[in-house]
Design a protein. Structure first.
Length: 517
């Protein structure tokens, strides 16, 4: 009778299989219970033991692991009853990613582009969390962090040679590919695949090249301080052809007219309109040091001395339409804003003066800024971003040009013209001290990359086609005074709504306002 009494007590305390809830799967059971299979059917049964995890292993599909790469995560999960599922999270934030069973392991692939990454380089830690049928959890971090970097490549083009800003050349022979072209003070042009593969170079002219190259079709056009404009084409290798003799150094940038003529403002005092078969020049004017830039109506602005002149193309000839004395003794930059006209910014020796010069009236004073260190950028809200020698970027509103909404912290060196992106980090800017900073829309720093102390030129950008619209990545290119080309993966693409989103306007360096070509 004693044995029967003990069995009775146990049955009352634990209940019988028939007393428990029936189930088909564990999620149908209350937390703390799983769906157990018994001879009398599936029932919810208590389970207080968490699953066990071991060997969380993370591998990357590239070496080094790039911001654009994919992390492959594997974990071994065991449980005395049932493993219901597992997921992986990253310490940089972003959503949890469900894992799938593969034998005794659970696996997941994590495209890094879909996770926030406010770092230039960072040791990313993956954490796996497993749940059993009773919803008991256990978590385990990978045994080591995986170093992820934005640096796609660094390539020495010519040791110690000062380089120009790069230009992007579409590669018609390979879908989705491009070539990055850079010129040097040693009068050579260099050509590198967008991903860093390959390197070709060719001598162009006889003197220093300081003007950034321009792309028309698949040709690279280069203005040289030997006073000539060259077209460099890729047949059996890259080869230059002399297209125009301007009789004076070209130190500014080239531009592209609306009818695809290459425009050059020469130190000789003339503006030239050039094609592969013909060249025409304007009447003699001042020594041109900047420009030209072209507005959406085709009006051409060129800067010489303390004046800005406007031109139109009439019978193949750049014909001057007006001259504006903007009373700026040392113009250092010109761009075009959303409301038309050229933006002229000068270093007067103590402050910077920002003016708008339109074809319909006298120059309009917009603001007094810090001394400029590079060209301005114009954002989609028509505000103007000014790089200043005081190591900051300042942003000026279009209405009244007040000092708002911000200025950046000290960037450690005089900034160049920033790239304006459609991304969380809206601005990417290089400096004269060899740094690259990504900035939020409010001017705070998202991340910083250090590239030594050699001055960097304004950046350019290439966005490969065919990417998911919600996770676009681009490569920004920065050429240094030490002959090195740096390629950095950035989030987003150039902001097509910004009137002037980078130095020389667009990836082809056309200096032509309007939609990105």
């Amino acid at each position: 009778m004693r044995t029967c009494s003990l069995l009775l007590v146990f049955a009352v305390a634990c209940g019988s299989v028939r007393d428990r809830s029936e189930c088909a799967t564990s999620p149908e059971c209350p937390a703390g219970q799983y769906c157990a299979q018994t001879a009398d059917g599936n029932v919810c049964w208590p389970d207080a033991l968490a699953p066990t995890l071991s060997a969380v292993v993370v591998a990357c599909d590239s070496t080094p692991c790039l911001r654009s790469g994919v992390l492959h995560v594997t974990a071994t999960v065991a449980d005395d009853a049932e493993v219901l599922g597992a997921e992986v999270t990253l310490d940089v934030g972003g959503p949890a990613t469900p894992m799938t069973r593969s034998g005794a392991d659970w696996v997941a692939d994590l495209p890094l582009r879909r996770f926030p990454f406010e770092h230039f380089v960072h040791g990313v830690v993956a954490r796996v969390t497993a749940r059993d049928g009773a919803r008991n959890e256990a978590s385990l971090d990978a045994s080591a962090a995986t170093t992820v970097t934005r640096l796609r490549f660094e390539k020495v083009l010519e040791d110690g040679v000062e380089l120009t800003s790069p230009v992007v050349v579409a590669d018609e022979s390979v879908a989705g590919a491009a070539t990055i072209a850079v010129a040097g003070a040693n009068h050579r042009a260099y050509f590198v695949g967008w991903d860093g593969n390959g390197l070709a170079s060719v001598a162009v002219g006889t003197l220093k090249i300081s003007a950034a190259p321009l792309v028309l079709g698949t040709s690279v056009w280069i203005g040289s301080e030997d006073g000539k404009v060259y077209e460099v084409t890729n047949g059996a290798g890259w080869q230059p052809t002399l297209r125009c003799d301007t009789s004076g150094p070209i130190r500014g940038s080239l531009a592209l007219s609306l009818d695809d003529r290459v425009l050059a403002a020469s130190d000789s005092g003339r503006v030239y309109a050039v094609t592969s078969t013909i060249q025409r020049n304007s009447a003699l004017g001042p020594t041109y040091s900047l420009g030209p830039v072209v507005d959406e109506d085709g009006l051409i602005y060129a800067v010489g001395g303390a004046s800005v002149r406007s031109f139109t193309i009439v019978a193949d000839v750049p014909e001057m339409t007006s001259t504006f004395n903007v009373t700026l003794p040392a113009l250092v930059t010109a761009a075009l804003g959303a409301r038309g006209g050229a933006l002229a910014l000068a270093d007067t020796g103590s402050v910077g003066l920002l003016k708008r010069v339109s074809a319909s009236g006298d120059p309009e004073h917009l603001s007094t800024t810090g001394m400029p260190s590079s060209g301005v950028a114009v954002v989609s809200d028509e505000s103007i971003v000014v790089p200043e020698k005081g190591n900051i970027l300042s942003r000026w509103t279009a209405a009244g040009m007040s000092f708002a909404p911000w200025q950046t912290p000290d960037l450690g060196g005089a900034p160049r013209t920033p790239l304006v992106l459609a991304a969380v980090a809206q601005f990417v800017v290089s400096t004269a001290k060899g740094d690259v900073h990504a900035l939020h829309a409010d001017g705070t720093i998202a991340w910083t990359g250090h590239f030594g102390t050699a001055a960097l030129q304004p950046g350019n950008i290439y966005t490969p086609p065919g990417q998911p619209a919600d996770a676009v990545l681009s490569t920004a290119y920065f050429a240094g005074a030490d002959g090195v080309l740096h390629a950095v993966i950035v989030d987003g693409a150039l902001d097509g709504a910004a009137p002037w989103p980078k130095a020389f306007h667009d990836p082809r360096n056309t200096n032509r306002a309007g939609p990105q070509p």
